[in-house]
Write a protein that binds this ligand. Structure first.
Ligand SMILES: Cc1cc2nc3c(=O)[nH]c(=O)nc-3n(C[C@H](O)[C@H](O)[C@H](O)COP(=O)(O)OP(=O)(O)OC[C@H]3O[C@@H](n4cnc5c(N)ncnc54)[C@H](O)[C@@H]3O)c2cc1C
Length: 537
């Protein structure tokens, strides 16, 4: 029920009640269908418990606090000693604790370092998708931690020590050597001032020194600087190499990381992103000298998947806010929800969100099966950059449209939508920006198994055979966009055929207008899509 309160001059009415104390899982039909369609039907009740917990008013309030009180860099202590630590608001620590307790940082790994069996990826995707709807900043170290384990496999002896510490479900925020902690997190530093995408331009140097290397140089972006160790790239004598650089040296002294300042970011404000210098910092090699890019690429496939999942989650929350508001707000004698044009806008957005959700879960299933199935491995290789490109690019415009559904209320900071809107672009920018993702898809399609993915997608989507092997770089965005549409259609057909039909009609049969609601949507399709967003209360 909408709340009413009386002022001296007027009564407050016709405002939607807050969207909180919701079950983020059981109220989301597309999410439940995606989980079932991708092999995780046995997890429904556990996921509903997670959805209830994360959808409480308390969690939404904590998320606001974590973002209104961004982390502070403590370069020195009161006596002038170097400190190089970051102070976070307690709400941020609470999110870290909750996410780690739920295994978002490691549930897809076994303590041995092998992959957890299916449907570990799909189940984690569901939790990550719900967590991203509430607070996204803290998910940066969570995603980096789980992904870093893939790269550590290149150094089995080191991995055997680190992974058992990571896979605990303990969040230990104390600043002390990781060996003495009850749990640990991992970050990543690749980007330097003169080159981010082009990591070959890295100028940071690693010189062999005793049991490890001594690292001198900088990183222009290194997020979550309170992680216990970082995978970094540096130039070793044998070429660009991956290293694990811990906050403490083996003798227990603080390692030589000098934080220069924290980035003043558009969004992602609960999370710290630092600029750092390494002044003879101790690091251990991960993989062979010269194999740095190959080693770290194992990690970025997983972080890229998480970017797509998080953006799909942001879209879901924006959509739920818009539909919830329109169901409670009257204009010109009718619920906004029942105004014909608003229904088309909302239904068109619902269709977009359905597609993003279906695609990320299909991709998670491919990762679940990749080890035993070459076709699924090829799907994951091609569709990870394609999904990151497509979904992360669509999210900001989508969230803006949701904001507009709430009118002026959507634009003010007490509402969650401005935060979602500011958060969204980072998923597209980091871990390979849009163009870089499209180039990666073209590179992937040069493989035989990978090229076959296109024909399978076309078949599953029910369209004529599509070929993409002759694509020029200059056309890559257009081609990867089409590939994403095919993959969304195929994923929807396997999950909810009726929704797939609406998707084909409005996105494949004719190009979709850049603006939501500028489509011919059949009333029955609108009704189906809107009912699937949220049950009516
Ligand atoms: C909030 C935030 C947190 C971050 N955290 C981290 C972190 O923890 N660790 C880390 O290492 N980095 C981090 N980054 C950095 C991020 O990964 C880089 O900014 C990103 O990879 C792009 O690199 P760049 O900024 O050097 O831009 P550039 O590499 O200069 O790219 C600029 C643009 O050019 C495009 N481009 C590049 N190459 C080509 C090409 N061949 N053809 C066409 N277009 C091209 C790119 O798509 C991009 O749009 C973070 C960034 C942000 C915003």
């Amino acid at each position: 029920m909408a709340s009413r309160s009386r002022f001296d001059t007027h009564e407050v009415f016709n405002q939607s009640p807050p969207y909180e104390n919701v079950d983020l899982f059981s109220s989301d039909a597309p999410l439940q269908d995606a989980v079932k369609a991708n092999g995780a039907a046995s997890e429904l009740s556990a996921l509903a418990a997670f959805g209830r917990q994360w959808g409480t008013a308390d969690m939404f309030a904590l998320a606001r606090q974590a973002n209104e009180n961004p982390p502070k860099l403590k370069t020195f202590d009161a006596k002038g000693n170097r400190s190089d630590t970051i102070e976070f608001h307690p709400a941020y620590h609470r999110f870290m604790r909750e996410s780690i307790a739920a295994g978002l940082h490691a549930s897809t790994w076994m303590p041995s370092g092998s992959r957890a069996p299916a449907p570990a990826e799909v189940v984690r995707t569901a939790r990550f998708y719900m967590a991203a709807q509430v607070e996204t900043g803290h998910l940066c170290p969570v995603t980096m931690t789980r992904a870093a384990l893939a790269a550590l496999a290149a150094e089995p002896e080191l991995a055997a020590k680190v992974i058992p510490k990571v896979v605990t479900r303990n969040y230990d925020p104390l600043f002390r050597p990781w060996r003495d902690k009850s749990g640990m997190t991992l970050g990543m530093g690749m980007t330097e001032k003169q080159g981010g995408t082009d990591v070959r331009a890295n100028t940071t140097v690693a010189t062999p020194d005793g049991d490890g290397y001594s690292v001198v140089g900088h990183k222009w972006f290194m997020s979550a600087p309170m992680c216990d160790a970082f995978l970094i790239l540096a130039q070793a004598p044998g070429g660009l190499t991956c290293f694990l650089l811990p906050r403490f040296r083996l003798d227990g002294s603080v390692n030589a990381l000098r934080f220069q300042r924290l980035k003043d970011k558009l969004g992602n404000r609960s999370n710290a992103s630092g600029e750092v210098e390494f002044t003879d910092a101790f690091a251990r090699r991960v993989g062979n000298e010269g194999a740095g890019i190959r080693t770290i690429l194992q990690m970025v496939q997983l972080t890229r998947l998480d970017c797509a999942i998080a953006s799909a989650g942001l879209m879901r929350m924006a959509l739920a806010q818009a539909v919830h508001h329109c169901r409670h707000r009257n204009v010109f004698g009718k619920k906004l929800y029942d105004q014909p044009m608003m229904r088309t806008v909302l239904a068109d957005m619902a269709l977009e969100a359905e597609a993003a959700t279906a695609l990320v879960f299909r991709l998670a299933r491919a990762l679940d099966r990749a080890a035993d199935d070459a076709a699924e491995a090829a799907y994951a290789r091609v569709m990870t950059p394609a999904a990151k490109y497509w979904i992360c690019k669509r999210a900001p415009g989508f969230i803006f449209e949701a904001m507009e559904c709430l009118g002026g209320n959507g634009y003010v900071e007490e509402n969650i939508l401005p935060r979602l809107y500011r958060e969204a672009p980072v998923n597209a920018i980091w871990e390979g920006s849009g163009n870089v993702m499209c180039l990666d898809v073209l590179r992937a399609l040069k493989g035989k198994e990978e090229a076959a993915v296109v024909a399978v997608l076309a078949r599953d989507a029910g369209v004529e055979h599509a070929t993409m092997d002759q694509t020029q770089e200059a056309d890559a965005r257009a081609v990867v966009g089409k590939l994403a549409l095919l993959a969304c259609t195929a994923a929807l057909k396997a999950s909810v055929p009726a929704v797939a039909e609406a998707f084909v009609r409005s996105r494949l049969a004719a190009p979709h207008d850049a603006i939501y609601g500028a489509v011919a949507m059949k009333p029955a399709a609108s009704e189906l899509l809107l009912q699937r967003v949220l049950p009516e209360d």
